[in-house]
Design a protein around this ligand. Structure first.
Ligand code: F6P
Length: 320
C-alpha cells in the first residue's frame, strides 16, 4: 500500500484520538501518504477526505471524542453506497483503510473489503463487545468513570441508608457493569448474559441490611432494562433501603482516556499500519493476553464475545 485513510465511526470512545494519531504517525514514519475521512462512512460518501501530516494529530492523545468526528450512515448499509464509497477511494488512489469503531463499523468495513478495498479494523467502543480482543479502546476509561461515580454515590447512600440503582451503558454486553461492579464492590450486578430474579435480589438485600450493611449498590447494564423499572420492584420487595436511581448515560463516553486506553490505541493503530504494509488486510486487530492479533473481520462480526463468568462469580463472592 502507498496511500491509506483512517476514519472513526459509530459511537465515539475515549482513546479513538490516540488510535488516529498512531495510524497517522506510523503511516508517515513508514513512508505512506495518510488521509483522514471526516464523519465516518458518511464523510467517505461525501468525499470529505483530506491529507494528514504529523502536526494534524498533535495535542490529541489526551482528548476524549474523535477529531475525525463520527456519524451513523444509512446509505453505507446499501450495496450501492458501499460501491460508491469504494469508487471514491479508488479515484483518490487510496488502497488501504483503517476503520476505528464498534460492531456496526466492523460490518461496514467487512462490506468494504467485499468491494476490493484493503481494510483493517480497530475496536473503538466503550462496550467491550467485540470478540477476539480482551479489551476495546475506551472500555477502561468508561469503567473508571462508573467506579468514580459509584464511590460518590456510596457516600450519600450510606448516610441515608439507601440503595443506589446505577444504570450503565454497554448495549447488549454486560462488561461495563461487571468490571465496574467488581471494582466498586457493588452488591448486585445485573447483566444480560446472566439470568436473575429480582425477588431474590431484594431478599438478599434485606438479609444484608439485617447483617449491618448501611447501603446497597445495584448496577443495571442497559441490556437488561431500565434502572427505574428495577428500582420499582426492589422498592416493593425490600423496604429496608429506599432506592435512588442514577443513569450515568453519555458521561461514560467522555473525558480524558486512561493510560491503558491510550497505550492500547497506540499499539493497535501502529499494528494495523504495519500489517497493511506487510500485505495483510481485511482483519480486525485486537489484544489477547497482551499480544496483538489480527483476525478475519468476517469471523469477528459473526462471533459473540464470551462473558467472563469467573469474574462475575468472584464479584458475587466478594459482595456479601
Ligand atoms: O456503543 C456505545 C454506546 O454508548 C452504547 O453503550 C449505547 O447503548 C449507545 O452507544 C448509545 O448510543 P447514542 O450515543 O447514539 O445514544
Amino acid at each position: 500500500v502507498k496511500k491509506i485513510a483512517v476514519l472513526t465511526s459509530g459511537g465515539d470512545s475515549q482513546g479513538m484520538n490516540a488510535a488516529v494519531r498512531a495510524v497517522v504517525r506510523s503511516g508517515l514514519y513508514f513512508g505512506l501518504e495518510v488521509f483522514g475521512i471526516q464523519r465516518g462512512y458518511q464523510g467517505l460518501l461525501n468525499d470529505d477526505i483530506f491529507p494528514m501530516d504529523l502536526r494534524s494529530v498533535g495535542d490529541i492523545i489526551q482528548r476524549g471524542g474523535t477529531v475525525l468526528q463520527s456519524a451513523r450512515c444509512l446509505e453505507f448499509t446499501t450495496e450501492e453506497g458501499q460501491k460508491k464509497g469504494a469508487q471514491i477511494l479508488r479515484d483518490r488512489g487510496i488502497d488501504g483503510v483503517v476503520v476505528i469503531g464498534g460492531d456496526g463499523s466492523y460490518q461496514g468495513a467487512n462490506k468494504l473489503t467485499k468491494q476490493g478495498i484493503k481494510t483493517m479494523c480497530l475496536p473503538g467502543t466503550i462496550d467491550n463487545d467485540i470478540s477476539f480482543t480482551d479489551y476495546t479502546i475506551g472500555f477502561d476509561t468508561a469503567v473508571s468513570i462508573v467506579v468514580d461515580a459509584i464511590n460518590k454515590l456510596r457516600d450519600t447512600m450510606s448516610s441515608h441508608e439507601r440503595s443506589s440503582i446505577v444504570e450503565v451503558m454497554g448495549r447488549h454486553c454486560g462488561d461495563i457493569a461487571l468490571h465496574a461492579g467488581l471494582a466498586s464492590g457493588a452488591e448486585t450486578i445485573l447483566v444480560p448474559e446472566v439470568e436473575f430474579n429480582l425477588q431474590e435480589v431484594a431478599d438478599r438485600m434485606t438479609q444484608n441490611f439485617k447483617h449491618g450493611k448501611r447501603h446497597s449498590i445495584v448496577i443495571v447494564a442497559e441490556g437488561v432494562g431500565k434502572g427505574e423499572d428495577v428500582a420499582k420492584v426492589i422498592q416493593e420487595n425490600c423496604p429496608a433501603y429506599e432506592p435512588r436511581v442514577t443513569v450515568l448515560g453519555h458521561i461514560q463516553r467522555g473525558g480524558t482516556p486512561t493510560a491503558f486506553d491510550r497505550n492500547l490505541a497506540s499499539r493497535l493503530g501502529d499494528f494495523a499500519v504495519r500489517q497493511l504494509i506487510e500485505g495483510v488486510s481485511d482483519k480486525a486487530c485486537g489484544m489477547i493476553d497482551g499480544k496483538l492479533v489480527a483476525t478475519d473481520i468476517g469471523k469477528v462480526v459473526s462471533t459473540k464475545k464470551e462473558f467472563n463468568m469467573e469474574l462475575y462469580e468472584l464479584a458475587l463472592r466478594l459482595s456479601q
